[in-house]
Design a protein around this ligand. Sequence first.
Ligand SMILES: Cc1cc2nc3c(=O)[nH]c(=O)nc-3n(C[C@H](O)[C@H](O)[C@H](O)COP(=O)(O)OP(=O)(O)OC[C@H]3O[C@@H](n4cnc5c(N)ncnc54)[C@H](O)[C@@H]3O)c2cc1C
Ligand code: SF4
Length: 545
Amino acid sequence: MKVVVDLTRCQGYAQCAFAAPDVFTIQGDEALLYDPAPDDAQREKIVRAAAACPVQAIALERYDRFGREEVRRPHQPPEAVAHAAAVSPEEAFKRNGRIVIVGASLAGLQAGRTLRRDGFTGSLTVIGDEPYPPYDRPPLSKQVLIGQASARATALPRRDEIDAHWRLGVPATGLDLRGKHVLLADGQTVGFDRLLIATGLRARPWPNEAEARLDGMFTVRTPDDVEGLRQALTAGPGRVLVIGAGFTGCEVASACRELDLAVTVVDRGPAPLTGALGAVIGGVAAEMMRGHGVDLRCGVQVAALEGDGDGRLRRARLSDGSTLDVDVAVAALGSIRNVEWLEGSGLAAGVWGVGCDAGCRAFDLNGVVTDDVFVAGDVARSPHPVYGYQFLALEHWGNAVAQAEIAAHNMISAQSERWPHLALPEFWSTQFGTEIKSVGVPTYADHVVIAQGSVVERRFVAVYGYRGRITAAVAFNQAKWLEFYERLIDRAAPFPPSFRTVDEPADRRPVAAEVPDGPTPQATVVVTGHRPSERRATLVRKTYL
Ligand SMILES: Cc1cc2nc3c(=O)[nH]c(=O)nc-3n(C[C@H](O)[C@H](O)[C@H](O)COP(=O)(O)OP(=O)(O)OC[C@H]3O[C@@H](n4cnc5c(N)ncnc54)[C@H](O)[C@@H]3O)c2cc1C
Ligand code: SF4
């Protein structure tokens, strides 16, 4: 059977590990790892775990949380088009329209499920260039690398199996907006009335092509990448080099240490995770890595990689003049957005992703919204009112799910019933037995303060502020508090926090956040409402200095 846990929601209470210990395990205080494809014999225990989860974060294929097998309702063909003449254009579209989704992964699948759940009975085509059905990526750099799950076992549960025409293993190569069709690499075209772009990202390769081809070089994005890397790690290399200390690089280093392999992490920034969390909390991550035996070198770059006569990676030369003997290297250099197929389409698609409004409608090159083309997931870039209407491109699991739901809803709703995508960004990472979670945008900050817990014990909440209001919170092994801070961010609550907190540290003085590029002064809004249908932003007249 298939299992997926929404780790954005999970608060590490461990009831699942108690109910089904062979499937769910807790590392350290609250870092949850699980088997995404457990044996059917575990079904009863897993169903009990899903029912016990206080935040309902566990989704199972084919079974609801009470263990009842879900009945697959076959898609009812729409009534005759003549019938639709009596209904509104939106209702007629909902019954008989043609929707195409390009990108058959997390956002694409979630959008398809939402469309069917919300009553879209027209034709639905999902186009994906990978040969596999939609799968989950987060376990690839965690459970799969340490051997707790196989790279082929992370398929996403398609619980309410959507009735769609799946075109897998064939890339979209072009988009004709006027003719309203998508061009495929096999020469075929697929017509649409409305289109969802969900083509995500790919890993940025090592820039020197000859060096990137050396045997022993890897990136981490797909099951094939990770299967190769897993095999290389299992062969017991003398030393692994990780180039880049973002979340992926740190997770790979963590897996190496778990496998008792020597690992060096090289990053040109002042500390790991600086691009995402700033250098102050990055410094905490640096101590954590070194404490777990990682040879961490910051402020340094890899100048060259060298192979032997057989094309096997052997050595790395660093910008500080030092050399390292390495057998395996992982380029964890960030990502490239999959937008090439949109070239010439007239959409605002480029290195920044595909620009869209907060209702997920794509912009054309002039910055004018289109009404029939929508965008969701890692490839999207949309303005967020809470962050001064800055365009955010988020590479987060939770954002792909939330944005896909909003896009799908808006694709089949009348203009007046469309929703804005106002969910706050949320992210988690499991590394070195620690669960790191964030809500908000930590780099949208000028100061940071440890509001709860202890940095020394790696159990704390850091709260970020910008011009006197709270903009983000990052928790190390303290996920249960983030919901509280999420509400404060929505309300534009004052920073530094003046309220008393549980487990308050003696020193609660804010320090400079040391984020790479600080924001510029912007308007402030508050957001109200919990459900996507209710969330609305209101401008605050108060000036934050
Ligand atoms: C190793 C790893 C670990 C991660 N860990 C975490 C984590 O711990 N926490 C977290 O919040 N997030 C994590 N993420 C990020 C998360 O997985 C992504 O945010 C999520 O996968 C985004 O989904 P998506 O559907 O938008 O894009 P993608 O998953 O990138 O899917 C896009 C799909 O479109 C396909 N495609 C591209 N171009 C074309 C084309 N021209 N025609 C047809 N198909 C095309 C792609 O091949 C792909 O299948 C991790 C990602 C990776 C790679
Ligand atoms: S919150 Fe749910 S998924 Fe997370 S550890 Fe607890 S029971 Fe498991």
